[in-house]
Design a protein around this ligand. Sequence first.
Ligand SMILES: Cc1cc2nc3c(=O)[nH]c(=O)nc-3n(C[C@H](O)[C@H](O)[C@H](O)COP(=O)(O)OP(=O)(O)OC[C@H]3O[C@@H](n4cnc5c(N)ncnc54)[C@H](O)[C@@H]3O)c2cc1C
Length: 399
Amino acid sequence: MSVVTDEFVQLSENQKLVRNSIQDICDNFDHEYWRERSAAGEYPTEFVDTLSEQGWMGALIPEEYGGAGMATTETVVMMEEIAASGGGFSAAQAIHGGIYNSVPLVKYGSEEQKERLLPDIAAGDTSIQAFCLTEPNSGSDSTSIETRAEREGGEWVISGQKIWTSRLDVSDYAIVVARTTPKEEVEKKTQGISMFLVNVADAVEQGGLEYDQIDKTASDFVHSYSVYFDDLRIPGENILGEKGDGFYQVLDGLNEERLVIAAECLGLGRLAIDRGVQYANEREVFDRPIGKNQAVQHPLADVYARLQSAKQMTYNAAEQGEDATDLGALANMSKYLASDAAFEAADAAVQTHGGFGIAREYDVERYFREARLTRLVPITQQLVLNYVSEKVLGLPRSY
Ligand SMILES: Cc1cc2nc3c(=O)[nH]c(=O)nc-3n(C[C@H](O)[C@H](O)[C@H](O)COP(=O)(O)OP(=O)(O)OC[C@H]3O[C@@H](n4cnc5c(N)ncnc54)[C@H](O)[C@@H]3O)c2cc1C
């Protein structure tokens, strides 16, 4: 039960409906549930199944294909509440791909692909949880990807390596981004990249796909993988959208998704402050609650103000959507501010807990590790500042 009020953004009736429905679901998954998933490194299958059964995986799928046809204004509420409920950033990440990877299919899929897959995704019977973009030699610079897809007869043959692909173990299909025209042969390095839909089980059975789990220290129950494509053959029709336009397709919709990531950070920050306040009220040292000390109060109050400020920007940007003068700037800055606020909130919660701040039973150490991660993914804080420097302040491009 949350002790911290969070009523400074006026929600629409639809947003309230989403918030209440998500809270009802999340009430069944308490702190102990998330602590156990974290300790065991186990994907929260029951939680994801419950959301799937109630149609939430089809949040962004149009109603004509059986989805909920939700807007960004509602998705921010959904994902913030999931994170704030106790699951943190990782609980939101456990389903984030499943929801967002249907977007390229909705926007660029052929009618046949859409009719075949979207109703099943919306019903929770199939999933596209994995998105394979990042590679060992091309992190933030995604146009430098080296994975190749060559046309051979009626098939595409994919070879190369990806890294940090999350949720591949729980994904029926993966979206794979690969070069179809070498960098040297295109005018701009953003050209010549394409998107493919890969059936994971078929690819593994064929021997064209292998993956190894990365041993990492945050997001305990959502696993990420090093992925190897070795002459993987997929049907010619599994290209998604136009050949060569894949990079632009990746960018399309990215701003809205970034706002939702910001909302996930906001939820994590709210959760951390909530746990800090609860502990500050309960814990007595020198015969009084530690929360009576302003040195304990101020870090929590300070970051609460910062979190609310990030929330105003995130929700306002979601409301403006495509009408915004520069949605890219707003989305990037929202993510930047929300990540930092989540990090400061988690740090304040750990400090408030004293030694117990690093005891797993109080959960705040997990929030802290997750909050640190939000400064790295899906885009690092520096890359956001590059965007603001160049696109908003008009400073010279550095690469
Ligand atoms: C837990 C986790 C899950 C992930 N899931 C996925 C996924 O599902 N699919 C996927 O495709 N990817 C995924 N990623 C990858 C993620 O998107 C990248 O880690 C992120 O984009 C940063 O790339 P990098 O790690 O290669 O860092 P690099 O690009 O190597 O950068 C290293 C450091 O240098 C800085 N830097 C580099 N260039 C500049 C510059 N020009 N100016 C200023 N600073 C610079 C960066 O900000 C960073 O601090 C995941 C990563 C993690 C950690």
